[in-house]
Design a protein around this ligand. Structure first.
Ligand code: C5P
Length: 237
């Protein structure tokens, strides 16, 4: 499978998101991540607007609720024809399996390919203190991430969102065919913004990352299309 660069479309309105995308030539089809801010502001029509320009969508809504509610919501998402979507691994085996069931049922009803289901393990904003004190999970963040990756694999998820620094441990634990999609990526020339532990596209490729999520180094670049092409070169080589 092709390893995508997923552009995080972190804009507050559909107008700004689409104006950004309209800088890309019509024959350059990319994958973009639509998160909560844009989806809640613009509604499901933003997904079709992006798809109608020939781009693939990663719908990042990080579902976490009782299994029945997640299954019903995923049935709706499954109809949208998106390529990836997300769920919190902390919801547990029954909820994760329900998420997958809902996605497959929705996609089948609409006659589209079911999205790949990616589990959120521990958010990169979760540190040791939050893990041990707030969540009352003992051990290290990495151990919890690997545990959640195993749970996600056993629950029919297709992969996880993780730090590029964790992807090797995850592949060792659950198999190299389980997707490790990695944010926190910065080209050597870019600033790190608020990302704490960053990796370059080349280093992430070497670590075994199956796809990059990159926002500001492309969306805030003076020449976004050129920035995208440069990162793609570094990633593919
Ligand atoms: O602009 P930047 O490249 O930092 O954007 C990264 C994107 O990936 C943002 O949409 C951010 O919310 C998302 N993300 C992340 N770290 C995670 C999960 C998602 O940076 N662990």
């Amino acid at each position: 499978m092709k390893r995508p660069i997923i552009i995080a479309l972190d804009f507050p309105t559909a107008e700004r998101a689409l104006a950004f995308l309209d800088q890309f030539p019509a024959d350059l089809h990319v994958t973009v991540k639509i998160g909560m801010e844009l989806f809640y502001a613009a509604g499901p029509s933003i997904v079709t607007d992006v798809q109608s320009r020939g781009h693939a969508v990663f719908l990042d809504l990080k579902l976490h609720d009782i299994p029945n509610t997640v299954e019903s919501a995923m049935r709706v998402i499954g109809r949208l024809g998106v390529t990836y979507t997300t769920v919190h691994a902390a919801g547990g085996h029954v909820m994760l399996s329900a998420a997958k069931r809902g996605l497959v049922a929705g996609a089948m009803a609409a006659g589209v390919t079911a999205p790949k289901l990616l589990a959120i393990t521990q958010l990169t904003s979760t540190n040791q203190a939050i893990l041990n004190q707030d969540q009352q999970i003992m051990g290290t963040v990495r151990a919890s991430v690997v545990h959640y990756a195993k749970l996600a694999r056993a629950s029919d998820c297709d992969g996880v969102i993780c730090s590029a620094q964790e992807v090797q441990a995850i592949h060792t634990a659950v198999g190299a065919d389980f997707l490790g999609i990695t944010p926190g990526i910065r080209p050597a020339s870019a600033q790190s913004d608020d990302q704490q532990r960053v990796m370059t596209p080349a280093a992430a490729a070497k670590a075994g990352s199956n796809g990059l999520v990159i926002g500001r180094p492309i969306t805030q670049a003076a020449e976004p299309v050129q920035a995208y092409r440069d990162i793609m070169t570094e990633w593919s080589n």
